[in-house]
Design a protein around this ligand. Structure first.
Ligand SMILES: [Zn+2]
Length: 383
């Protein structure tokens, strides 16, 4: 990692310090830590105390070295080495990091989030640039109901700057138990309510509204090929039943990545993030066993029980906390993708069981020769 002499080192703002006294007779040490966890332990000596007291972001590395060298026993190599180590360890960030052209208004609103991005970026040097990536991103959200409204709320708050939102539905009283809606919204178009929600967070957000019902893969292709090119699609609609398959087809046709999620009883699935040409597609993962696959030729249903499948297609039971939890994971995965980190759901489906507070991934063999994307998985079993 390159650390520059002109950087102004400061401790990342979540760090605390305390003196740790070990066994009797052992010298005390300083712990730099977060919360109650053990932190980085260093000697508690005059050198450390003086060096740390200078790490408030007001001095360059060069100035710190000069000040430390007022003690003739202290060398440039020692101080420079310690500063580099602390940057590499993620304890420090550069207070003079380039602001990437962000406005003061955005810096003020997004200050905490920019700090969070600084945690993902070890030396904290790129945090404003990562925020800028989000401000310049364009995300299309299909479905602005319960899941979509929460996801959009979260993405708007972390500074995603441009959206296309698609839905043809209006708010009903039955939406109030889990979506980001109130009684005053009943009867309004969901897209309009969500648009106002986003503009209430930041009036610089651009929002393209399409009040449209999706009835085919081509409908999604048409949506994605209208206006500005989208960076990522979030599928937040669960009807019509075949919409996931249509999304998969549309992504493969346009080359635009998508991310989705779903409920499984009291649990949930998040992902996959499908990047056409780079990851497995939804059909590779689920094949024709996908509950919404258009290929239902292998499914035999007793005529008297067709109503059961029709009822299941009207929506999965959930509660507000669960919906918001899944939406938050979806938004976070989207954020990781948009800033160039590797999301956990890349080409795979993660599942969550709230009863045991456990997380896992969907372990099932990939389709050997995927009929949708043509990917081959020779070691896998199902055809
Ligand atoms: Zn595939």
């Amino acid at each position: 990692m390159a650390v520059h002499a002109a950087w102004k080192p400061e401790f990342k703002s979540y760090l605390r310090v305390e003196i740790v006294r070990g066994t009797p007779g052992a010298p005390p040490r300083l712990s730099l830590h977060f919360g109650h966890t053990d932190g980085v332990l260093v000697s508690d000596g005059p050198y450390e105390r003086k060096l740390f007291s200078l790490l408030d972001g007001s001095r360059t590395c060069q100035e710190i070295i000069r000040e430390m060298k007022s003690d003739p026993h202290i060398t440039t190599v020692r101080v420079w080495g310690d500063l580099k180590k602390m940057f590499e360890f993620g304890l420090l960030q550069n207070a003079a990091a380039d602001k990437a052209g962000l406005s003061q208004k955005h810096i003020k609103r997004l200050e905490r989030h920019i700090g969070y991005l600084g945690l993902l970026d070890t030396p904290g040097e790129k945090r404003y640039h990562l925020q800028r990536k989000l401000l310049e991103s364009h995300v299309t959200v299909l479905g602005t109901g319960a899941m979509g409204s929460h996801v959009l709320d979260l993405l708007g708050r972390i500074g995603v700057g441009n959206f296309r939102i698609v839905d043809d539905d209006t708010v009903e009283v039955s939406n109030l138990n889990r979506g980001r809606f109130t009684r005053a919204d009943i009867g309004k178009a969901k897209t309009q309510v969500v648009r106002e929600l986003l503009l209430g967070i930041d009036d610089a957000i651009t929002i393209e509204v399409q009040e449209k019902r999706i009835n085919s893969a081509q409908d999604i292709v048409d949506i994605l090929q209208t206006g500005r090119k989208t960076d990522l699609v979030l599928l937040c609609a669960d009807t019509p039943l075949a919409i996931s398959s249509w999304m998969n087809q549309a992504a493969l046709q346009t080359g635009i990545p998508f991310l989705t999620s779903g409920y499984q009883g009291c649990g949930a699935e998040v992902g996959p993030l499908v990047i056409p040409g780079k990851t497995d597609c939804l059909m590779c993962l689920l094949g024709r066993d996908a509950p919404d696959s258009e290929d239902v030729s292998h499914v035999e249903v007793p005529q008297e029980l067709v109503w059961l499948n029709e009822r299941a297609a009207t929506g999965h039971p959930t509660d507000a906390a669960h919906t918001a939890f899944v939406a938050s994971r979806l938004a976070h995965e989207a954020e990781m993708y948009l800033i160039g980190q590797t999301p956990n759901t890349l080409g795979t489906i993660l599942n969550y069981d709230p009863a045991t507070w456990s997380f896992g991934s969907l372990e099932r063999p990939r389709v050997r020769n995927c009929p949708a994307c043509g990917r081959r998985h020779p070691d896998e079993t199902p055809e």
